[in-house]
Design a protein around this ligand. Structure first.
Ligand code: PLP
Length: 392
């Protein structure tokens, strides 16, 4: 056996810096109130924006799919054939998004990793927002293309970088739609305008915008009315859609090419029938009504206003993602623990997920919270904030 003592050192180092992550155990379905480590607490940290993770209609669709299709796809789709369910989901997603086609993957992470290395190669340049999600960073690392970072949400910085690489074979601009840690959004109209000027493709990862932004949750492209101007949209089914999985949507020729060449499509089995059927139901519900999305935004506005009035710094968010800034890893951990002791589940987020010194409690609002729940959460935040000297 190899000597693994280096891992003891790495782990002690994490612990001494207050960066060792202890994962809580959930003993119930994801909902407004959940059982965490045997205790009933108000859930303020899941990405279950619309309550779909424990929605009766999604659960029934999943159960019916299991009865009809079993529990697994039993191979990759290109080898053993694709189930009708996966095709139905892709068609419904394309219709929902108002694009020509969509292709589904096992996760949002995989959707990025599937797309970027497939369309970008040597002699190509990727222009990536400096705060893009880890899955975009890894997707870029998997290509042989050059990756250039532009300043966060800055079309001017993007233009400066594009000017340096006018001779590149292909150019691809990539940005998160909604930035998952700060809740700010990409200035997509400006980025698209600059990209068009330099003949660059645009890809937006809208993991936190799907089901949240735009008409009935159609995402950030719909929010800005940029239909037909963004080449590739990445979505996840693991957040507002409440299930698990990811997808790429856009022009048919991009989707067709990914079906031929994207490695997570060709070398990894598809999502299970239960997952896919539940995703289809989520799309059906959103297509029929924007009620849940409206409730989510009402809750967020209510909660964020109350936190600001209480004196908390919630950064630059313009979405339901609510970072409560603490600024120190140990204090953020103590804050999270004290929230929990007082009945609220809100996890501390520290480096490497956010930059050092930007430690925070990231609160995720949901359409499932009642006003009473939100009032309770604000009271607990205020009590803990005063105890720890975050507010006065
Ligand atoms: C911007 C972004 N892209 C991709 C992902 C990964 O999505 P999934 O959980 O479906 O793999 C996330 C999730 O954290 C995300 O925030």
């Amino acid at each position: 056996m190899a000597n693994l003592s280096f891992l003891d050192e790495e782990i002690s180092e994490l612990k001494s810096q207050g960066l060792f992550n202890t994962i809580r155990t959930i003993g119930s379905a994801q909902d407004a109130w959940i059982d965490v480590d045997g205790k009933k607490v108000l859930n303020m940290c899941a990405n279950n924006y619309l309550g779909f993770a424990n929605h009766d209609e999604l659960k029934n669709a999943a159960k019916e799919a299991i009865d009809k299709y079993g529990v697994g796809p039993a191979a990759v789709r290109s080898i053993a054939g694709t189930m009708t369910l996966h095709n139905e989901l892709e068609q419904k997603l394309a219709d929902f998004k108002g694009v020509e086609a969509a292709i589904s993957f096992q996760s949002g992470f995989n959707s990025n990793v599937a797309t970027v290395p497939t369309i970008m190669g040597p002699d190509d340049v990727i222009f990536s927002d400096e705060l893009n999600h880890a899955s975009i960073i890894d997707a870029c690392r998997l290509t042989k293309a050059k990756t250039v970072r532009f300043s966060h949400c800055s079309a001017a910085s993007l233009e400066e970088k594009l000017k340096e690489f006018t001779n590149a074979r292909r150019k691809l601009v990539i940005t998160d739609g909604v930035f998952s840690m700060d809740g700010d959004i990409a200035p997509l109209p400006e980025l698209v305008e600059v990209a068009q000027k330099y003949d660059a493709m645009v890809m937006v990862d809208d993991a936190h915008g799907e089901g949240v932004m735009g008409n009935s949750g159609r995402g950030i492209v719909d929010h800005f009315g940029l239909h037909g101007k963004v080449d590739i949209e990445i979505g996840t089914m693991s957040k507002a859609f409440g299930v698990v999985g990811g997808y790429v949507s856009g022009k048919k020729k991009i989707v067709d090419y990914l079906r031929q060449r994207a490695r997570p499509f060709l070398f990894s089995s598809a999502a299970t029938p239960a997952d896919v059927a539940a995703c289809i139901k989520a799309v059906d519900i959103l297509t029929a009504s924007g009620e849940l999305v409206e409730k989510l935004w009402q809750n967020s506005q209510y909660f964020q206003t109350k936190l600001i009035q209480a004196g908390f710094d919630i950064g630059v968010t313009v979405t339901p993602i609510t970072p409560v800034m603490i600024g120190d890893p140990s204090k953020a951990k103590a804050f999270s623990k004290s929230l929990f002791d007082n009945g609220v589940f809100g996890m501390a987020i520290s480096f490497p997920t956010v930059p050092k010194g930007k430690d925070r409690i990231r609160v995720m609002n949901s359409a499932t919270h009642s006003t009473k729940d939100l009032d309770f959460a604000v009271d607990v935040f205020l009590k803990v904030g005063k105890d720890l000297g975050v507010v006065f």
